[in-house]
Each structure stands twice: as C-alpha cells, then as structure tokens.
Design a protein. Structure first.
Lengths: 236, 724
C-alpha cells in the first residue's frame, strides 16, 4: 500500500499553503493563577484553544479549494518542543488531537517551539520540491501566554525575521492574556505587530484564521487579499 | 477464406463477392469466415456521428448488409470472441500464424500493410511446412490475387508517398524483410545489401499486367489526419467594443449600513423582489446566496468592494447582455439584474444558477475517479473542446475573461459547462481586476490588474494553462522538481516536459510524464511553443488553433492512434508509420504472445546490444500484461515517490483512540502516559475518511493464462476455432 502521505503529493497537484501552528502548552495555559496564569484570564485557555483548532480544521474542510490546498502541522511547546502533527491536508480526514497540558516540565521555550516549526517547514518545502508540487509561502502561527524562560528565541527569531523580510514566511504572533511577552514575540515579526488575543477568544481567532487561509488558497492576486476583519478576536 | 473490414467496405464489395466468390464457395462447400472483431468494427463505423463520416457510415452499412446476405445464402461463418488486440489486423496475423501449417489460407483485404504482413508470414524461418497463403483484393475488375512482390511494391509506394520521396519504379525493387526502414532523404529503390530470405515456397509469378490501375479501396488513416469538418462558427449578434486603453474604474466606495443575510429581501431593477436563501460560498469580493427564484443566485459584494466603478460596469453588462440565442452562450452566468437593498443601496447582482462541480474538484485524481468514474482521456479532450468553444464565443463577443481559473468553470459532464464570476470579465475597457497567479502570464505577474487592459495574447496563456491542467488532471504546466512558488515558476518559463528530441528536465514524478508523452505531437508542440522560454519569440497558440488541435486530439483517441487511458502507463509507442514518416530507423518485431507488430528503434537496439541486454520479443502491452499477472492482486501504478518520509507506527497509548471521536495528545514524560514520542497522526478507522476507495481504472484487457499453463496464443485460438 502506497504511503498515502506522499502519494497525496503526486495525486493532488493543488498548490499548497503550509500552515504550522506553534502552540504553548505550559502549565499556565490551565488558567490556574497558581500555575502562572495572568489575572485577566478567565476559564481554561487550553480547552478553548483546542476547540479553536477543531474549528479551524472544520472551516478549511468546508472549502473545496482549501481542503486540498492548506496543509496543517502542529507543534506544542513548554520547556521543550514536540511535533504533534506532520503536514497534511485536511482532506486526508485526520482529526486534530486535543492537546493536554505539560504538567511536569514547565517553562516556556518560545525558541524551541519556533525552531522545531521552522525545521518542519523546511522539510516539507523540500518534499514539495522533490515532488514538483507548487506552494505558497508558509504561515507560522505562534500562540503563547507567557514569558520565554530560556534564551533560545533570540537566535531563532533572527532567522524568522530574515525569512519574513525575504518574503519566505508569513508570521502571526499572538499573545494570550496579560502575562504574554509581546516584545519577545515582536522579535519574530518585523512586519506585523503581535496581536493580543482578547481574553480567550480562541474560536473567533481560528475562525478568522480559517477564512484567511481559504482566501489565500483561492489565490486571488490583483486585489489585496483582504483578510477578514480581526476585530472578532483581537484586543485593541 | 477470410475477409477483413476494408474489403467489406469497398464500394465494389457486394458485386464482386456475390458474383465471383459466392459461386466458388458454393461449389466447394466452403464458407467465408468473418471474425467477430471485424463485425464489431463495421458496427462502430456505422455508428460514427462526427461530421464527414457519412461516407464511412454508408460503406459500413453496405458491408453489414452484404454479410447478412451471405448468411442468408449459408455462405458466412462468424468466428471468435473478444481478443486482446485492439485491431482486427493483428488478429489476422495471429490467426494465420496458427493455422498456416494446417490449411491453405486466403485473406481478402484492401489494406496494403496487412497484405505485406500476411504474405510475409510465408517467409517465417521458425515454422516449417507452411501451406499456401494467398491474398486477394477487390478491384473494379473483380477479385484480384496479390503476389508478395506486388504487395511489397505497393507498400513501398505508399511509404514513399507518406514521406514525399519519389516512388519506386518497378515491382520487386526492394526485397522483403529488410531490417530497418530507410531514413528520410535516401531514395527508395536502392538495392539492399542484405541477403534476401529464402522462401519456403516456390516464388510467385510476376505481378500480372494492369496492376497500375488498381484502386486501393478505402484510404488508410493518415496519422493525425483531421477527419472532422469544422463546423462554421456564427459570429454573435451582441458585441462589445475593445478599446485600447482601460477605463478608470472609480474606486469611490458606496457605503451601506444594512447587514444582509439569509432571509433579507433585495430588489431588482424592475421591482422584482428576491429573498436571500442559503449562502453558497464566499470569494475574495463577496458572497453568493440562493434566492427565492430557484434559477437565479445573488452575488453580494463585501462593503469594501462596493465601488462606483463596479456599478457602472454592471449596468453596462446588464443592459447589453450577450447573444443568448447563440448555441455557445448556454451556461454563461452573466449578470441579468442589479440588486438594491431596503435602503436603496446597490449591493450586487443576480445571475443564472450554475450547475455542476467546479473544475478544481476534478483536478485531484481520487476526486476525478469519484465524480466521473467512467471517464477516459476522450472525455478530457472533449471537455477541452467544450471549454474552448465557450471562450471563443466570449472573445467573438468582444469579451475577455481575464480571470480564467478552474474555480470559475463548473461541469456536469464533459460537454456541459457553466462559467461563473462573469462580473470580473473585461468588457469595453472595464478591466478585469482579479487574477489567479497560476494563470497569469509572466508579463502580467506582479501588476495591478485594475489598471491593466488585457489582450488576447495574455488570455492565451491562461487558456493554455487551463487546457494543460485539464489534460493532466490538475498538474500545472510549470510544476517541476526543485520548483518554487507559482509566480517564480512562471517567471522562469522552464517547461519541463520532453517533446520529440527536445529532452525535458526536472520532470515531475507521477503519471504526468506519460500523460504528456501520449498526447499528439501537435498538441505537445503547442504547449512547448506557448510555455517554454526557448520559444518565447513565437506567438502563443490562439483559441482557434487550440480548438483545431483539441478536436484533432479527440479524433486521434477515437481512432486509437493515441492512448485513451486517463493515466497511460509508459511513454507513447511509435508505430511503423510514425517511424517511416519521421525518418527514424527502426525494426518491426513480431510479438510472440499476441502476434502483433511493435517497433524497436535502431538507437534503442544498439544501446541494448552495447549494454548486453536481450532484445525484446514481447510488445509493450504483452510485457505489461505478464508483469501484471505476476504481481498478486494485479498491477497498480507504482510511482517512485521521492522523500524518505515514513510514518512511525501509532503508539499504543493512542491506539485505543478509535473509540473516541477526537484523540488527545499529551507531552511525553507525563505520568501515567508511557514514554514515547507521539509523532504519528492518529487515523480513526471508524469510517472517518471522506475519501472513498478508488474505483478501479479501466485497464486495457489482460488476457489470463489458463491454469494448466497453456500459452496465450493457444488459448486465444482455441476459443476462436474450437477443435480443429
């Protein structure tokens, strides 16, 4: 039986939009103040985030073009980073997992998370090239609610910023709650200021993200690709 | 005594057979044998409906009736079940090969190549004691026996004609059985320096007098000949001007306050009211809703796109319309009325509802197989023709589409298409403000489309890209190994595929190389000329030219000159005629399984000898069939996909996830989860996959060997003749 993951690159010639979600699962994402969550957080951020990711997949699945074009990968990080999902289109039928918190290690290594994400993006690009599949520049969505607990992000953010300025990466840095270090996030994103997620409006954010990816998948050029209005989720 | 299709369709067939042959058969107690396959070919010709086929239909009908008459007289026998060979000609050779040691055999035919082949069977070195084989042909004077020399002469004359070289001057100038056809440029008729085969039978007498005046019966098809008479195109009655400069479309926004959604009511220009139904989808400019009129849908612009310029353009389009009576106008979803909200503000327009699935849903192999499981390459070719006719109509109306892309074409069948998003078309100087990067020609990449007036040559790029993608099931023409984004690939203008002697490079893995190879040469040249930077000084092919080539391609598929498989396996096989015409040195080899001829190119033979490889004795189809029989479960396509990525097995901790609809993921090292990296995505096997199992592709028929190991040839002939 052929490896379906790679046979999809042959049988599905749609130009790809690779999107990597780089998500914080440090203990503070439980919403518990004693574990570091900010005072303004109400509810359980990680639950809301999971719901949001499910919604994101569903929105993409509904669009004829996006379901064959958008490829999603998930990286989770706290003190270290893990691959949760490799890149694949939502049409393959896979269901995104509900992420659970890291309750053992702790820490927030933004650098480790983004480093792993960049690595996965590079590998996937290589596979596109080997299989003669066209692609649009990849998207990296970073969501964190805290302050980096190590210095890895200093080097990684430089690489990231370089890719962005060469138009080889599109980045969406999102801070969650009052403790999020927006200045650290800013290092990754020379063109787009980090946005603050209004309390825990994850579902609204992922709905916006889904619609945005759909518009790119439908690859209109000429008019500016109007992204939907982010006022549904952004703290202004 | 056998008769083939060409003779049955000869204008004199009836008279000659009934007056000359029938009495002989009656007195000998013999019957005329016609192969089942030949009857099938007659039926196929009778059913031909393309323009110009009337003569063929009449000839086939006459032939069929002749068969009926012979049956009534008790002089006809029909033999045979379906054979794996596509053409009856190869079957004749097989049949004759099998029987030539048992009975004298005669074939009545007009087909010169077949004459040569059948008579040439007598020269077979491997088989001893061949009984007499004769070939007879129908002439205005009656039945006429054909000697081997005469057959050879007529063959050389035909080849010379195809090549455009002077014909041979007399019969017998070329000995039969020459190893390589002459390359173009060398005069035919030079005595060969090869030893002639020693015939097992005494040489036939010289060709009788008066052979020069023989007619040859129905012409054999010339490769890639256009058999269709082009239907004349009626110019449309509604025409838009095509100015030189774009009109400035006012960007002034027309603000609105009312939110529209399902249930909202909008009004058209004559007071007609439309209630919005379900939202069908959204694009870059707005949303599309069903309306209370089931035949019409409404497109409502986003507030950011409600400009005065758009309103002016739509007013023009709605007022003038198109020539709706024109046969090619069907399916074009042109704006028919403007829409105003309850506050009197312009919101969008109504148009006819389109039917079918967007083209991009068939641009993925499993989706194509799911929605159109019966389709073959012929349907793709006819789809190209249907698309081109619509575009021709629009161009003749003075309209350029501008944003040609697969999402704007919907199909219900290979001949029924709808075009949507017509409000973005370029009309009378109002530009087309949008585009799809994959369909945007290099000269327009990066430009602001709202300020660009497109010309037909810009559009030609998009049309060619669309045609390429239809024929290659979605693969874009510039997708290549080590490529980049669509814009980068287009700017580089590297067309990766091989055309004739022009070797491709960075060719994509997968079925695409073989699909391209099996197109007609003219179509391949057309793509090369349009897409490759080496040809950028040549004009891109126009819609008319593509229409001509695509009708030719469809015709070639119907005639069996090129593969009709959606996903052909193996590069296009050159025929003997191809090699002669193109002057490629070759040798014709008899396949030991099916008895058909196949071509071995001289350069390939030399290479194989150099590499110490055995020369093939099976034609490509039989080779494949043998390979398929060896593999359990039959062959599947096995593309070498690059990329060392392998799936790790799902970890036991996640293995029980099939019970839950949504799996969960926990970082490793957390008690009580076991220590492993969860890198594998979990596939719930509870029927989650929306992709259905592949429906099997129509495979070329594979003949199975009998369980007791009987050869292919034997089992085939046994089924034809029973015990003999």
């Amino acid at each position: 039986m052929r490896d379906l993951h790679l046979s999809d690159l042959i049988d599905n010639p749609t130009p790809r939009v690779p999107v990597c979600l780089c998500l914080d699962i440090s203990p503070s994402m439980s919403g518990r103040k004693e574990w570091g969550a900010a005072p303004d957080i109400k509810g359980v951020p990680i639950d809301e985030m999971n719901t949001g990711v499910q919604l994101f997949y569903n929105i993409l699945r509904e669009d004829d073009q996006a379901r064959n074009s958008a490829e999603l990968a998930i990286v989770a990080f706290s003190g270290e980073a893990w691959k949760v999902r490799e890149f694949e289109t939502v049409s393959s039928g896979s269901v995104p997992p509900r992420l659970e918190l890291d309750t053992v290690k702790g820490g927030t290594s933004l650098g480790a998370g983004v480093d792993l994400a960049l690595q996965m993006l590079e590998e996937r690009k290589e596979q596109y090239k080997q299989n003669a599949v066209e692609y649009f520049q990849p998207w990296l969505v970073i969501m964190t609610d805290g302050v980096p607990t190590d210095q890895k992000h200093l080097e990684v953010s430089k690489r990231c910023a370089q890719l962005v300025s060469e138009d080889r990466l599109v980045i969406f840095p999102i801070g969650i709650g009052g403790h999020a270090d927006l200045s650290a996030l800013k290092l990754f994103s020379p063109r787009r200021d980090p946005a603050q997620l209004a309390t825990i409006k994850f579902p609204a954010f992922f709905e916006w993200l889904g619609k945005s990816v759909r518009r790119v998948s439908n690859s209109r050029v000429g008019t500016k690709v109007t992204l939907p209005n982010p006022n549904t989720w952004m703290e202004l | 005594m056998f008769i083939d299709t060409s003779s049955l369709m000869h204008p004199n067939a009836r008279q000659v057979i009934l007056t000359e042959l029938a009495p002989k058969l009656q007195s000998n107690g013999n019957k005329l044998i016609v192969l089942d396959r030949v009857v099938g070919e007659l039926e196929k010709h009778r059913a031909a409906i393309h323009p110009g086929a009337e003569e063929k239909v009449a000839a086939a009908t006459r032939g069929y009736e002749l068969l009926l008459e012979l049956t009534r007289l008790g002089l006809l026998e029909v033999k045979g079940a379906d054979a794996p060979q596509p053409f009856a000609d190869q079957l004749f050779k097989t049949v004759f090969t099998f029987h030539m040691t048992r009975h004298p055999l005669t074939l009545i035919t007009q087909d010169i190549s077949l004459m040569v082949d059948i008579l040439g069977l007598q020269e077979s070195k491997a088989i001893q004691y061949i009984k007499p084989i004769a070939v007879v042909t129908i002439t205005p004077q009656g039945l006429h026996p054909v000697s081997p020399e005469e057959a050879e002469f007529r063959y050389q004359r035909k080849m010379a004609r195809l090549r455009g070289t002077p014909p041979p001057s007399q019969p017998g100038a070329q000995p039969m059985g020459q190893p390589y056809g002459q390359p173009a440029g060398q005069p035919v008729g030079l005595p060969a320096a090869r030893p002639t085969a020693v015939p097992l039978r005494p040489p036939q007498p010289k060709a009788p007098q008066g052979w020069e005046t023989l007619t040859e019966g129905p012409q054999e098809p010339e490769p890639e000949q256009q058999a269709t008479v082009r239907q004349p195109f009626a110019p449309p009655m509604v025409v838009y001007q095509m100015p030189d400069r774009p009109r400035a479309m006012s960007e002034a926004l027309m603000p609105v306050t009312l939110d529209l959604e399902t249930g909202s009511v909008l009004t058209g220009s004559k007071g007609v009211q439309y209630r919005l139904g379900r939202c069908l989808g959204e694009g870059g400019e707005g949303e599309v809703y069903e309306t209370s009129n089931p035949k019409l849908v409404a497109k409502l612009y986003f507030p950011s796109h409600l400009t005065r310029g758009r309103l002016e353009k739509l007013l023009l389009m709605v007022q003038r319309g198109l020539d709706w009576k024109h046969p090619d106008a069907e399916g074009i979803c042109w704006p028919t009325d403007l829409l105003i909200d309850a506050q009197g503000k312009f919101r969008g327009y109504v148009m006819p509802k389109a039917k079918g699935k967007t083209l991009n849903t068939i641009f993925i192999r499993p989706e194509l197989e799911r929605h159109f499981p019966q389709w073959t390459r012929l349907d793709l070719g006819e789809l190209c023709v249907a698309v081109l006719k619509k575009i021709r109509f629009l161009h003749a109306s003075g309209v350029l589409i501008g944003d040609i892309n697969p999402r704007n074409f919907l199909i219900t069948s290979e001949k029924e298409i709808s075009l949507v998003d017509c409000d973005s078309y370029q009309v009378e100087g109002y530009p087309c403000p949008v585009g799809d990067v994959q369909f945007t020609p290099p000269e327009l990449q990066g430009l602001d489309f709202s300020k660009v007036l497109r010309r037909p040559e810009n559009e030609a790029f998009a049309v060619s890209t669309l045609l390429f993608m239809i024929l290659h099931v979605g693969k874009p023409p510039y997708a290549q190994v080590d490529g980049g984004t669509p814009a980068e690939n287009i700017r580089n203008m590297h067309f990766p595929y091989t055309v004739g002697d022009r070797k491709g490079s960075k060719i994509p893995p997968g079925p695409y190389r073989d699909i391209f190879s099996n197109l007609t040469r003219k179509v391949k040249d057309g793509f090369l000329q349009t897409f490759d930077k080496e040809h950028k000084d040549q004009p891109r092919l126009s819609v008319e030219e593509w229409l001509y080539l695509m009708e030719g391609y469809a015709h070639a598929i119907r005639q069996g000159w090129v593969s009709g498989d959606l996903f052909p396996e193996g590069a296009k096989q050159l025929t003997v005629e191809d090699c002669v015409r193109m002057g490629i040195p070759f040798r014709a080899i008899l396949c030991k399984d099916c008895g058909g001829d196949f071509v071995l190119l001289q350069k390939d033979e030399e290479r194989m000898i150099r590499e110490g490889r055995m020369l093939p004795d099976l034609c490509p189809d039989c080779r494949k069939a043998r390979v398929a029989r060896r593999q359990t479960g039959g062959g599947g396509t096995a593309y070498r996909v690059t990329g060392a990525h392998t799936r790790t097995a799902p970890s036991p901790a996640l293995g029980h996830q099939t019970a839950q609809p949504v799996p969960s993921w926990r970082p490793p090292g957390q008690a009580p989860a076991p220590q492993q990296r969860a890198t594998a995505p979990v596939r719930s096997t509870a029927g989650q996959r929306p992709m259905p199992p592949r429906t099997p592709q129509p495979q070329p028929p594979v003949v199975q060997t009998n369980p007791n190991g009987e050869g292919l040839l034997q089992s085939l002939l046994r089924s034809l003749f029973g015990k003999k």
